[in-house]
Ligand binder design. Sequence first.
Ligand code: FUL
Length: 484
Amino acid sequence: MSKLPPHVARAAAVVPSPRQLAWQEIEFYSFIHYGINTYTDREWGDGQEDPALFNPTNLDCRQWAKVCKAAGMRGLVLTAKHHDGFCLWPTATTKHSVESSPWKNGQGDVVRECAQACAEVGLKFGLYLSPWDQNASCYGQGKAYDDFYCEQLRELLTNYGDLFCMWFDGACGEGPNGKKQEYDWERYYATIREFQPDAVISITGPDVRWVGNEAGVCRPSEWSVVPAFHSNAEKIAAASQQTDGKPPSAPKDQGYAGWDLGSRKALAKAKDWAPIWYPAEVDVSIRKGWFYHENEDLTVKPLAKLRDIYYKSVGANASLLLNLPPTPQGVLHERDVDTLISLGAQLKVDFKENLIEGSTITAGCQLDGAHGAQNILQPSKDAFWHSGELDGKAELLLDLGDDLDINKIVLQENIATGQQIEEFELYADLNPEETGKHKWKLLEKGTIIGYKRIVLFDEIRVRRFKIVITQCRGFATLQNIEAY
Ligand code: FUL
């Protein structure tokens, strides 16, 4: 076996943490941007807003949660505090919160209502807490603000049940006294690990990587193993929004990190950095902005666009965080609701019946008796195909047992043993006869697979598929294949 270059071997040995593995399976979840901006019709507030402006007439977190569930999501992330500093929960750290609003006579708690609604419908719950705070008087004063911020974190991490994610964005501006704060990220991270060790820390954090744009676009090869500098907080902040808070409408670029983050070439260039498991999350809004604006009611993305974003994120080894902004009444607008319900219905149709049942899968090689290709059909996550040391190609033959109409194949690596596959090809056998002679038609020549790759193609009637792993990092695995 030819030896892998050391920097490639090092990347091949990187595996996800249990919390990253659990997060990966959530796949599709919502962002809820709601707060004082909802009442001032702005994207970014300035911290001077009167809390009395916050007055939903019909706050209905259950509606948010139910719609998310109907759309096919498995989680929800709420903006507990945006850059204006207004807190959606009654915090002991500041009066700039729902407590000073007329809503429920200051007795309300949006974070609690939302956490409860998520628990009721079976959604995981996560929180966004903006480090940038334009209202806090201690902002910009170093430790005083870090103390204040960590106390806010502690309240959120200890009073609202299990959180699957704490989301930190990179935006960092001036506070009320014109000073910028130098965040003590390590302390923030330690606070989260202490109170919610299973939660991932996303974006400006060590567990989940920002894809690099807010337009819903992934790289063609979205590597989960990348050089460690990609999780550097200053770099993330430098690439984040610096201006008026308007999300970029098009992927001007692929973010601070460029197009190729984890290929052999990219790893070679960043040899001095250790590779880390840092999978991508795509965050994009269903509308133009992150917060609700009536004049953006006509910008709700159509079903076809959302479905496309879904396939190009969840189907391309990333997760999808789709933003939904509640209206000043406190509910999701009917346009958004209709589209989300259609999306859920469409995804149900798209993935109605996995036709893999009754198939046989054989592989040209396997590590040992416990890692045969038939394992791919086992529901257990511990059962997977492992090629054994691989210096050339590996071929797998999938026989559905009958001619069936298929337009997509789902492939999943066993990422618990790392991300290994660098290039693959998928073929369908156009020879309907069982003569043993195949007429292979190339359906896809792809690069990475990772946690999940959904290969879409024009529907064909077919019985046999061939998957060829043409390049990998020493060995290849497959944990699951589905056919629709
Ligand atoms: C950005 C923020 O500035 C936007 O307002 C929004 O919250 C987005 C998700 O992150 O950094």
